[in-house]
Design a protein around this ligand. Structure first.
Ligand SMILES: *Cc1c(COP(=O)(O)O)cnc(C)c1O
Length: 395
């Protein structure tokens, strides 16, 4: 018996069984297919069954699928970390791999905490955003802020939440800078907290304040990385001290994530004293299949000018929604490869999944959000179909 995520098992509708998948399509039967408008939780950026990615997995599987990283290393993880070090901005060069985004965020927070312990300045408070989502493990729930996910666990010691407004940011630093360890954000786009979008000016000010008060800045780009906001990484615009990538890292092929530290953070652990070392090591970190497919995914992203594909997606979304309005819709938000229609009453989204499926689109609204984050390889007519389904729902 499968226990499904985020579901009341007694009342949940049976999920769609997928028997095949190719490009942007999920197949429930040989001929019955739906466009995946949300890229399997925002990860399948190149579409399904991409020949280059599938080949990368197969080729590596012919050599070996996994060896542990304790005492061992291998070409796939070395090539991927070299690639990330040269491809990511600034001095974000030190790659710590893990098996999921939540764990990679845990690692980032642990790094920040121990960085300060190592320099004998054990500040403990984490600053984060209201409506933040950073994963489902305990510390990520603490720094997160969404009662819909975490209402059953009330533990908020050592975390301060602020809205994405510069005055609130300045006030938090002024009041709490002596105890602040780090500031963690989903930059520009808060995903699971409700597809909330905000500006670069907030992040630029955050960078200044973190420098001024010697507080580490962590970007959780598990969702926003690899072009989703219209920037390759938001870290290209404002450089964090620690960057977390996940979801699209492997093109959605295998769960894997990475916590990338800059020079300053890495140096905080480096020395002759073993007690300064980072004590963490997921069993499947640096998995060879995951690293091989991640490298192939990055090469595709670079080689086929994915940023141009993403800008075209933004234009089509804007064009298709330019004249749209509905009394039920509070706001239409578009950024990069993401569109969200926020409804006033979340009950107005009940039944949308079935409605869209009948029109050949797979969608999964949550909170007040009817949204799409399609694979970047989506064709214009397919994207128009996705948005037409969204508009038709309100007619
Ligand atoms: C999905 C997500 C995570 C958690 O990643 P998992 O791989 O599901 O553990 C963390 N942070 C953000 C911003 C996410 O969107």
């Amino acid at each position: 018996m499968i226990w499904y995520p985020y579901e009341q098992m007694k009342t949940m509708k049976p999920p769609y069984e997928i028997v095949d998948a190719a490009g942007v399509y999920l197949y429930t039967k040989e001929e019955d297919r739906m466009i995946d408008s949300i890229s399997s939780w925002w990860s399948v950026i190149h579409g399904y069954k991409h020949p280059v990615l599938t080949k990368a997995v197969k080729d590596q599987a012919d050599v070996f699928s996994h060896v542990m990283m304790g005492g061992l290393t291998h070409p796939a993880v070395r090539k991927l970390s070299d690639k990330l070090a040269s491809w990511l901005p600034g001095d974000l060069d030190y790659c710590f791999f893990s098996d999921s985004g939540s764990v990679a965020v845990e690692v980032a927070l642990k790094m920040a905490m121990q960085f300060n312990v190592n320099r004998k300045d054990p500040r403990k408070t984490v600053l984060s955003l209201t409506h933040a989502y950073h994963g489902d493990t305990f510390k990520t729930m603490e720094v997160g802020d969404d009662e819909d996910y975490h209402f059953a666990f009330e533990s908020k010691r050592g975390v301060i939440h602020i809205p994405t407004e510069i005055p609130a940011l300045e006030e938090a630093f002024e009041k709490h800078h002596r105890e602040l360890n780090c500031f963690i954000v989903e930059p520009l786009l808060q995903g699971a907290g409700g597809m909330r979008m905000y500006g670069l000016d907030f992040l630029k000010r955050a960078r200044q304040l973190c420098d001024q008060y010697d507080v580490l800045l962590i970007f959780d780009e598990v969702a926003t990385g690899f072009g989703r906001t219209g920037y390759r990484f938001v870290a290209d615009e404002v450089l964090p001290d620690i960057l977390v990538l996940g979801k699209a890292l492997t093109g959605g092929y295998i769960g894997h994530a990475v916590t990338v530290a800059g020079e300053k953070v890495y140096r905080g652990f480096y020395g002759d004293d073993p007690s300064l070392a980072l004590m963490h090591g997921p069993t499947f970190m640096g998995n060879a299949l995951a690293c091989s497919v991640a490298l192939a995914s990055i090469e595709l992203f670079e080689g086929q000018d994915y940023m141009a594909k993403i800008h075209r997606i933004t234009e089509i979304m804007r064009r298709e929604l330019a004249d749209f309005s509905s009394p039920k819709v509070k706001e239409v938000r578009i950024m990069g490869g993401c569109v969200c229609l926020e409804v006033r009453d979340r009950k107005d989204l009940l039944g949308y999944q079935e409605f869209a499926a009948k029109r050949g689109v797979f969608a999964r609204p949550f909170l007040n959000c009817l949204y799409a984050m399609p694979p970047y390889v989506i064709a214009e007519d397919e994207l128009v179909e996705v948005i037409s389904a969204m508009k038709a729902w309100f007619e």
